[in-house]
Design a protein around this ligand. Structure first.
Ligand code: PMP
Length: 404
């Protein structure tokens, strides 16, 4: 059981006001807030050990390199990767997906198929479209139903020997649906296809076990799990990472360079060209420590209560419709009020200090499916409270009165 006041005290931003009102931050799906523990670790890095990594013999460079590699180890443990070199530091989910999609360009040909789901964020659609354009492969879409659940019978039908890679999010950012990824991974493998899981919205809520899942790739961003922006993880099975060509060329990723030929460094460096976000990489490990100190059981219990409470309270509002009613979902409520544009509600509630997201949430195909321009999305974190949900519900009611 969380001591919510103690947890909230860890996050300095939660005590600020916005437009003269106490901040109610319900845009956690876009990015989480950062605890003082993480903020302090960023300053400590720059105050005490800032140096470039993997190249200096001097003490600071070695201290920074050690801290960076210790953090990689923390991430390896966190997701239960078999080897530390399967954990690649990236700039975020988008970077990880692009690295894999780009690598597959060397493996695909006309007639091959790439399966994406109808529930994807644009960053898990566009790189695959670019890959298909480049290679002549065909993009196929696993459809969803009106609850926002992927239709597994259709997935089964789409899979064939032509399928080379399947890509799906663990949890949908727009609707909160938890996808049946274990089933999807096993099915993809029956057909010899690789599978990438976009875990951007999963890692704030759970600890993925990549070995138990047996996925080929798992990508996520640090900033949605109490870490800094600009850093993320691409996990890939060793065999796959060895098979794929590097995404970027440059310093750090080479074994030997001559004008005739360059050989690449071993994993993980082959995928880590250039100076990385050293502070970000180190502090992502700090963020993981913080989340584990809260405990994922506690996180899930608090967020489930918030989801149930928010769903019940919002449905008291006449004309309000919730999109995404999957049996398994995380603490995201995406909704609209009949006859009112989501942007107008978002603007009014912002004046009352409440941060919700309005729009298509980088998932236009989902909005097209429901035939709406967008939704209002409230996404809760473990540091949110039922009292904050009451404040939002009253604000939405006020906005409805003003706009009706
Ligand atoms: N996939 C999903 C499901 C997301 O929610 C997001 C971020 N909203 C991304 C990918 C992209 O993450 P980033 O912008 O951190 O690269």
């Amino acid at each position: 059981m969380l001591d919510i006041n103690k947890v909230r005290a860890d996050f300095p931003i939660l005590s600020r006001t916005v437009n003269g009102k106490p901040l109610v931050y319900f845009d956690n799906g876009a990015t989480s807030q950062k605890p003082q523990f993480v903020i302090d670790a960023i300053s400590k890095y720059y105050q005490e050990i800032n140096a470039n990594i993997h190249r200096g013999v001097h003490t600071l460079s070695q201290l920074a390199t050690d801290a960076y590699e210790i953090s990689r180890g923390k991430l390896q443990n966190h997701i239960n990767a078999k080897y530390a070199h399967e954990v690649i530091f990236t700039s975020g989910t988008t970077h990880g997906i692009n690295a894999v999609a780009n690598g597959f360009a060397s493996l695909l040909k006309t007639g091959d198929e790439v399966l994406v789901s109808a529930l994807e964020h644009h960053s898990n659609i566009v790189p695959w479209q670019m890959l298909c354009e480049k290679t002549g492969a065909t993009l196929k879409v696993i459809p969803m139903d009106e609850n926002g659940e992927l239709i597994m019978a259709e997935y089964d039908k789409l899979l064939s020997d032509k399928t080379k890679i399947v890509t799906v999010n663990h949890i949908s950012n727009a609707l909160g649906t938890v996808n049946p990824i274990k089933y999807m991974i096993d099915k993809a493998h029956e057909f010899g296809a690789a599978i990438l899981i976009d875990g951007a919205q999963a890692v704030p809520h759970l600890k993925p076990d990549v070995q138990a899942l047996d996925c080929d790739f798992y990508v996520f961003s640090g900033h949605k799990m109490c870490g800094p922006t600009g850093v993320g993880i691409l996990y890939g099975k060793e065999d796959w990472l060895n098979k794929l060509p590097p995404y970027q060329g440059g310093g750090e990723m080479i074994k030997e360079v001559t004008f005739e030929k360059t050989t690449y460094a071993d994993l993980p460096h082959k995928f880590e060209a250039g100076t990385p976000d050293v502070a970000g990489g180190i502090v992502l490990g700090t963020a993981v420590d913080y989340m584990n100190s809260i405990g994922f059981d506690n996180i899930q219990q608090q967020e489930l209560e918030l989801l149930e409470y928010a769903t019940k309270r919002l449905l008291e509002i006449e004309g309000l419709k919730i999109y995404g009613t999957a049996k398994e979902k995380t603490s995201v409520v995406s909704f609209n009020i009949e006859g009112i544009h989501p942007y107008d509600i978002g603007t009014i509630v912002d004046k009352l200090g409440i941060a919700v997201r309005t729009g298509h949430h980088c998932a236009q195909p989902i909005m097209n499916y429901f035939n709406i321009p967008g939704t209002i999305r409230a996404s809760f974190s473990f540091y949110n409270t039922k009292e904050e949900i009451d404040v939002m519900v009253e604000a939405v009611k006020k906005a409805q009165l003003m706009l009706a």
